[in-house]
Every structure is written in C-alpha cells, then in structure tokens.
Design a protein. Structure first.
Length: 79
C-alpha cells in the first residue's frame, strides 16, 4: 500500500477545511467567563497562539481548541 506524500495530505486538508474557519471564542480568565462571539481564524490555530479578537482590549492566548464533528452520510465532518 502506497502512502500519500505529506504535501498532498496538507493540500487535501486545506481544500476540505479551508484556510479560515469560524471559532467560538470565550475569555475564561479572569472570571467570570465572557463569550466574545464567533470569529474567522486560521484553521491551524492551536494552543499557545496569540490572537487579536474583536471585543477584547488585549491580545488573547489560545488555551484550548476543540473541533466539533457531525455524522453525515456515515462519515464524520467538521461542523
């Protein structure tokens, strides 16, 4: 069985997910939790990244990224 080269896998991932995805953003520190709404961010945002969000005066450090999936036609797809 032949493996797909990494550059083709990355291209396919970009095609499926796009370069930007909508993320729900919540500020959890300092309490109480504040919902900052949805914002389109790079699909490769991960823990530790610093982002600028509308509704926040200071840059925000990403503490957790969760992708949500739906079962559609027997296959899981990102919401």
């Amino acid at each position: 069985m032949e493996q797909t080269p990494w550059w083709k896998s990355e291209e396919e991932l970009d095609r499926l997910m796009g370069l930007r995805m909508p993320f729900s953003i919540e500020r959890v520190s300092p309490p109480p939790v504040k919902n900052l709404g949805y914002q389109l961010l790079d699909s490769k945002v991960s823990r530790g990244d610093v982002i600028i969000v509308k509704g926040s005066e200071t840059p925000v450090v990403v503490s957790r990224v969760r992708l949500k999936y739906d079962l559609v036609g027997g296959r899981y797809r990102i919401r």
